[in-house]
Design a protein around this ligand. Sequence first.
Ligand SMILES: CC(=O)SCCNC(=O)CCNC(=O)[C@H](O)C(C)(C)COP(=O)(O)OP(=O)(O)OC[C@H]1O[C@@H](n2cnc3c(N)ncnc32)[C@H](O)[C@@H]1OP(=O)(O)O
Length: 206
Amino acid sequence: MPRLLLIGAGGHGRAVLSALRDAGWPEPAGVLDDGGGALPGVPCLGPVSRAAALWRDGLRAAHVALGRNALRRDIGESLLAIGFALPPILHPSAVLARDAALGEGGVAMPRAVLGAAARAGPHAILNSGCIVEHDCVIGPACHVAPGAVLGGGVRLGAGVLIGLQAGVGPGLRIGDDAIVALGAAVVADVPAGATVAGVPARPLPG
Ligand SMILES: CC(=O)SCCNC(=O)CCNC(=O)[C@H](O)C(C)(C)COP(=O)(O)OP(=O)(O)OC[C@H]1O[C@@H](n2cnc3c(N)ncnc32)[C@H](O)[C@@H]1OP(=O)(O)O
């Protein structure tokens, strides 16, 4: 477990720091945050633009702890281009089936479940208590929020947000950059870019 450079000192950054400490990772080398934010006990090393200089100084691993999917993906990809490793982070109470896979830059928060043969792409957030059932395929930079449940074989495109305690029926497909509102029950495929809400879930205008 290398010392990580963290990106993002907001709420998700605090949650990731807590998960790292629970999992016994070394204390992070520092945090970069464009808003000047701080994490408890972690040195503030400046804005995100400092990442390349820190790599030249010898830091080799990082984690982008930002909740916004597109920003997390963009910064994560730029860190990979610099040469940083983005090792996935697993809270010790997260459950990953032995044939499941969590991609680089991903995090599985407390009590998240990634079921048999399920795959989560790079920069995924599997947030606290979510359940991603067997054979699901999660695209790059998705966020499955706390308590959300994906039935078996669900496929998420890139940049999808599945909101708090939402459910998605088995085998359904959710298109790129779609948002499933908190508490929604998805019973049909969702097109790219759509926002759906309610029980059963229907598109929200706009
Ligand atoms: C650790 C963490 O906290 S992770 C957090 C992860 N984040 C989430 O789970 C939140 C996901 N976001 C949502 O669910 C939001 O409510 C969204 C994206 C669906 C809509 O947000 P906005 O675009 O700001 O819409 P807004 O709040 O203005 O509501 C628009 C309409 O949709 C309705 N609406 C909003 N959310 C929902 C919902 N979850 N279910 C049903 N209807 C909803 C509103 O009542 C409103 O209806 P009206 O026009 O009849 O008054």
